[in-house]
Design a protein. Structure first.
Length: 350
């Protein structure tokens, strides 16, 4: 009997050691919107869904107790990472292969939840949920509906890795393709959410490829992590990954028309948070436009948080090219600017 028990224990230990740990950190309330017990409820729901979505023989969902044990205290587990940008680092600290966290806020009187899932090893965002509702029960229902797909991105990512072949051509095909609504740039491994609007497929994040001539706003890498790089026009034309391109003026117009016209496109395409002067959008199409600001060749930067400018590939004249710009208003502006200006880039699928 003792021998059988020991064998069972050793087998369980071996299975556990082969599992990839998945951590769901305590949900953060950025606006003091709900009670502590409700935050715990949402955290527990995310862990429950992760456990149901991911095969138990390959993935282990870390309990609150195990997270606290690795962090040193309950307080540290809840407050160590209050900024989304540090989640991947935190995942590595607690030896989690993947880490997720929900954040609660308020938007136009509605409860808003944003959940992000990171690959701790690569630091890449691989899944996200961004929704609003009138009450906690509706938020919970949203998680029931959308969280399985988000955690399923872990399966898609590892399936792509395991099915790739040693040849460079096969690896390039996997790395440069779209899997589960995420594009992997084969050049540097960075991942970008993508979205189909009308007949077009767009990156749903600003490009953050380190091309010669590109800069971070105020030369601060934290701004690149949040808003992507800023590019002059000549660099922007060549910056998109293979299979993607800098959209033309006409292709930007097609996007505006697909969401109701330029007068309302800004409101519908802008992210739900991150814009100054009450300029946040409704993000109805998951385009999540953010105000990355403007840079100029002389080294000056302006208007991060208030203005977003994106290049088109279409020339106005030998010195200028057409661009699109969004402010705190509801419309999308169309103008031309000097080709040396530094603007954001959104890539469009060929």
């Amino acid at each position: 009997m003792k021998k059988t028990t020991l064998l069972v224990f050793l087998f369980a230990l071996a299975v556990h050691s082969q599992q990839m740990r998945v951590a769901v950190m305590p949900t953060v309330d950025d606006a003091d919107s709900i009670q502590y017990m409700d935050l715990n409820f949402l955290t527990g729901k995310l862990r429950e869904i992760a456990g149901k979505t991911l095969p138990k023989d390959k993935y282990g969902i870390m309990t609150q107790e195990s997270i606290v044990d690795r962090m040193g205290s309950q307080e540290r587990a809840e407050k160590e990472c209050r900024e989304a940008s540090c989640l991947a680092d935190l995942g590595r600290k607690i030896s989690a292969a993947y880490i997720a966290q929900g954040r609660i806020g308020r938007f136009s009187g509605m409860l808003a939840i944003k959940v992000e899932l990171y690959n701790s090893r690569s630091g890449n965002l691989i899944g996200t949920i961004n929704e609003t509702s009138k009450n906690l029960l509706t938020l919970a229902a949203i998680l029931d509906n959308k969280a399985p797909d988000m955690f399923g991105e872990i399966l898609d990512e590892n399936k792509a890795v395991s099915s790739s072949q040693p040849s460079s051509s096969s690896q390039s095909s996997v790395a440069g393709g779209i899997s589960g609504g995420v594009l992997t740039d084969a050049r540097d491994g960075k991942k970008y959410k993508v979205v189909k609007i009308g007949s077009q497929t767009w990156m749903a994040e600003n490009l953050n490829y380190d091309a010669s001539g590109s800069k971070c706003y105020e030369n601060n890498s934290a701004n690149c992590a949040k808003y992507g790089k800023l590019y002059n026009w000549e660099t922007a034309k060549k910056a998109c990954p293979s299979g993607w391109h800098l959209p033309s003026d006409a292709e930007w117009t097609a996007l505006e028309n697909a969401v109701g016209g330029k007068e309302v496109a800004g409101k519908k395409l802008k992210a739900k948070s991150g814009w100054n002067k009450n300029g946040n959008g409704t993000d109805e199409y998951d385009f999540s436009a953010l105000p990355g600001g403007i840079g100029y060749s002389g080294g000056n930067f302006y208007s991060v948080g208030s203005y977003g400018n994106w290049w088109s590939s279409t020339e106005y004249n030998s010195n200028s090219a057409w661009d699109r710009r969004m402010y705190y208003s509801s419309n999308v502006g169309r103008d031309y600017d000097d080709k040396s200006s530094l603007f954001s880039v959104r890539c469009l699928k060929d």
